[in-house]
Each structure stands twice: as structure tokens, then as C-alpha cells.
Design a protein around this ligand. Structure first.
Ligand SMILES: Nc1nc2c(ncn2[C@@H]2O[C@H](COP(=O)(O)OP(=O)(O)OP(=O)(O)O)[C@@H](O)[C@H]2O)c(=O)[nH]1
Ligand SMILES: [Mg+2]
Length: 431
């Protein structure tokens, strides 16, 4: 087991949760030897104050950790200065997150994304080392001399290009699949939210799937899309990687094609853990909003699912629901805040909210379908039922039947293929 000393610098700008930081360290497989805390503004040279660096130095001598892990983001120059002082591997919270990702990545895509994020992170560090060597600094970089650092830099650039190419290919395949699903008239629902909120458990509850769900951070890195039934309608639901506070741009970029499933969704279900204290729920809500904003997915209809209500009293759940409604108001395109327990299958409120959201989707419209062949009527009715609502069926006498339907416009293509006449009706939904 790897052993680590953790460092947390708290300031007005950076309110770091010690508990979450320790969780991250353990998730990455570290034994925590000590946590050093300091309250001060950022010191440009070391992030923490020079006095604290001295303290850390003797602690490193005494405890001999494999790594010193900072809960704050370090600039390349700070990381370098600290390494020079302490002569032990220095990483920050984001490298720690990447180490966890590395352990959890199963699919080829996830592995490539993690590698890309790692390289993206290392690139400025290596650049900094090169800059220092040019200035006459002989310390090298992680035991590498000048020549090796240059070679390493070239290798990183080359490898990043290669990975981007491979990810593009995987993305192209995914795009084709998604397009096909759209044409088939499916509505896509994406599960989003902080890591460990219960997204995978919810996917399993809705679809009878068996996606891995565990009480640990970042269980899911891969994207899973499955069908599920809402009333008579078939919907698609996607589960993907969880969020964390200040998810840095280089991780968002590396995982972009995975996170894109959220961007492309018609409805977003933001999952939150109701059993946490209100300030935590609030913090995680805003952290999730920040990621969604970065993904440009904020204007999507959103259902907020307060999960794990089996762990709280009904009054507590209701209070948190009201508080959430208040802070969500005006910030997101809110459909509803619902209380659920994915684990116990208490999902009624979610089903109702999904029905409501579905009918408001811009791609749902009123249509009139004229079927000339009576043997086709049954087939067309069931097709419409599976993606929308049948409002009226009229037998016009003779062989002809008219169906009035409220459904996804993507279905036009599918229905036209069956040789029916179809036209859009100009009925406006009552406000
Ligand atoms: N009591 C209770 N526990 C739940 C509920 N839903 C999920 N959990 C537990 O919460 C933990 C995390 O669940 P996951 O479904 O893995 O969470 P996730 O959001 O997919 O997490 P990541 O994949 O890490 O982002 C697991 O131990 C679940 O059993 C619930 O409704 N009630
Ligand atoms: Mg998961």
C-alpha cells in the first residue's frame, strides 16, 4: 500500500472539504500518514507558506511517505519548487483523481481518456522543467536529465496526438449510434450528478441492468445507455462518469466524448444524495451546475432527483426539496424536484416528472397520420404508442383511418417508410 501525507491549504477562495479529500486519498489506495493543514492565502512559490514547507520537510524525513498530496491545485512552478525542497513525489488533487480514474478505467475509451488527461496534466510540468534547465537549473525532472526531459516532452506531444485520433474514431462510432437512436424516435435521458450520488443504482432500478454501483468515489467511468419503459413509451437512459468540485478543464476535455452523452440528452436527471447535510447537498448541486454549464447543457429540461430518501425522515426530505427548489429556480430549466430511493425502487415521483418533461420537449408535436391500408393500422398504432401518445383514431369509412398523435418528429421518417400520409398539425399546447 502506498503511503501519503496530505496537505490542505484553506482560504476564503478555497473551502476544501477535508473529509472528501481523505475519501479521495483512500479511494486512490493510500494509507494516510498525516494531514497538514494551513489557513492562509496562496503563497506564489510553494502554495503553502515557507514556514509550513519546513515543517513538511521534517515530517517527510520522519514518516518517509511515497507521496505528498496537495488538496489545492498547484501551478507547475509550485510543484517544481516543492519537489526541489522535499525530494519526494508531489501531486495535487487532480492527479489524485486521475490515479483513481486509472484504477477504475475498464474500456479502451476510458483508458485512453485517462491517459490523455494525465498527459495534459504533465505537459506544463515538463515545460516548466525545460524552462528551468535552460535557465541553468540542474535539478532535472523526476530524476531525468536534460536530454531525457526533452525526449519525454516530444513523446508526450506525439502520444497526445495519437490518443486524440483514436478517441475521434470511437466518438464517430458513438455519433452514428446516437443518430440512429434519434431517428428511431427515442428520447434520451441522461443521469448526471456528483460522484457516489447513486446514478448507477438508479439506472439499474429503471432498467433492470446490473451496472457496478459501489459506495466509493468514481465507480463509473464508462458510459452505459439502456432502454426503459415509461408507461407504454420506450426511452433511453445514459449513466456516465460522476462530477466533483471544480472538475478541471483538462479532465472535462479528456472525457468530453463521454460527457457528451449528457449534452445530447433531451432531459437531464440530476441526482443528489438527500442523506447528506444541506450545505453538502448545496455544494454538490453548484459543483454539478458548473460542470453542466461548461458542457453547455444548462438549458436542458432538468429533473432534480433527491435520492436515498430511505435514509432520511419525510420531513427532512421535504425541507431539502423546498430548499433545492429555491436555489434551482432561475438557474436551471427545472421540471421538478423529486424524492426517490433508487435502492428501494421508490421512483413514482420520478416517473411522473419524466412524463411531464416528455410532453414539453420541442421535438414532440401534433401529427395527423392517414393510413390507407387497414392491415397496417395496428402496427402504426403500436409504433406511435411506443414513442408518444395516440389522441384520436377515426375510421373514415372505406379502407382509410386517420390517427391524431402527439409524438417525436423524428418518427416522420420511420412512418413515411411504411407508406402512410403524415402532416403536422398546428395545435398549440395550452399554457
Ligand atoms: N440507502 C441508499 N443507498 C443508495 C441509494 N442509491 C444508491 N445508494 C448507494 O450509494 C452508493 C453509490 O451508488 P452508485 O450508484 O455507485 O453511485 P454513482 O452516482 O453511480 O457513483 P459514481 O459512479 O462513483 O459517480 C452505493 O453504495 C449505493 O448502494 C438509495 O436510494 N438509498
Ligand atoms: Mg456510477
Amino acid at each position: 500500500m502506498m503511503r501519503a501525507i496530505g496537505v490542505i491549504r484553506k482560504s476564503r477562495q478555497e473551502r476544501i472539504s477535508r473529509e472528501e479529500f481523505e475519501d479521495l486519498l483512500r479511494s486512490a489506495g493510500y494509507e494516510i500518514l498525516a494531514i497538514v493543514e494551513q489557513v492562509r492565502e496562496e503563497h506564489p512559490r510553494y502554495n503553502i507558506g515557507p514556514g509550513k514547507v519546513e515543517e513538511l520537510k521534517s515530517l517527510v524525513k520522519e514518516l518517509k511517505p511515497d507521496k505528498v498530496v496537495f488538496a489545492n491545485k498547484l501551478t507547475p512552478s509550485q510543484a517544481y519548487n516543492l519537489w526541489k525542497e522535499l525530494r519526494v513525489d508531489i501531486i495535487d488533487k487532480w492527479q489524485l483523481v486521475l490515479e483513481i480514474f486509472e484504477k477504475r478505467a475498464h474500456s479502451k475509451e476510458a483508458k485512453l481518456q485517462v491517459e490523455l488527461a494525465n498527459l495534459q496534466y504533465e505537459l506544463p510540468l515538463v515545460k516548466e522543467a525545460i524552462r528551468r534547465i535552460k535557465m541553468g537549473d540542474r535539478a532535472g525532472f523526476k530524476g531525468m536529465g536534460e536530454y531525457q526531459v526533452h525526449q519525454y516532452f516530444k513523446h508526450i506531444r506525439y502520444r497526445m496526438g495519437k490518443i486524440r485520433e483514436e478517441l475521434e474514431k470511437i466518438k464517430a462510432e458513438r455519433d452514428i449510434r446516437r443518430k440512429k437512436r434519434e431517428e428511431d424516435g427515442f428520447v434520451l435521458v441522461a443521469l448526471a450528478g456528483y460522484t457516489n450520488a447513486g446514478k448507477s443504482t438508479l439506472l439499474n432500478a429503471l432498467t433492470g441492468e446490473n451496472v457496478e454501483a459501489k459506495n466509493q468515489m468514481f465507480t463509473t467511468l464508462d458510459t452505459t445507455t439502456r432502454r426503459f419503459k415509461l408507461g407504454g413509451k420506450l426511452l433511453l437512459i445514459t449513466d456516465t462518469v460522476g462530477f466533483i468540485d471544480n472538475l478541471p478543464p483538462f479532465i472535462v476535455e479528456a472525457f468530453h466524448s463521454t460527457l457528451e452523452e449528457i449534452v445530447k440528452a433531451d432531459i437531464i436527471v440530476l441526482v443528489l444524495d438527500s442523506s447528506e447535510a444541506w450545505p453538502e447537498i448545496r455544494r454538490k448541486f453548484f459543483a454539478s451546475l458548473n460542470v453542466l454549464r461548461e458542457l453547455k447543457a444548462l438549458e436542458r429540461p432538468m429533473i432534480i432527483a433527491l435520492n436515498k430518501i430511505d435514509k432520511v425522515t419525510p420531513e427532512d426530505a421535504e425541507t431539502k426539496k423546498m430548499l433545492l427548489k429555491e436555489i434551482a429556480d432561475g438557474r436551471v430549466n427545472l421540471v421538478e424536484v423529486v424524492k426517490i430511493s433508487a435502492k428501494n425502487g421508490i421512483l413514482e415521483e420520478l416517473y411522473t416528472a419524466l412524463e411531464k418533461a416528455l410532453l414539453k420537449l420541442p421535438k414532440f408535436q401534433f401529427f395527423e397520420i392517414v393510413v390507407k391500408d387497414p392491415t397496417q393500422v395496428g402496427k402504426i398504432l403500436s409504433l406511435v404508442y411506443s414513442v408518444g401518445d395516440v389522441l384520436e383514431v377515426t375510421y373514415n369509412g372505406g379502407e382509410e383511418t386517420t390517427i391524431k398523435a402527439y409524438m417525436q418528429s423524428g418518427m416522420i421518417r420511420e412512418l413515411t417508410k411504411l407508406g402512410v400520409e403524415i402532416k403536422r398539425l398546428q395545435i398549440r399546447e395550452e399554457a
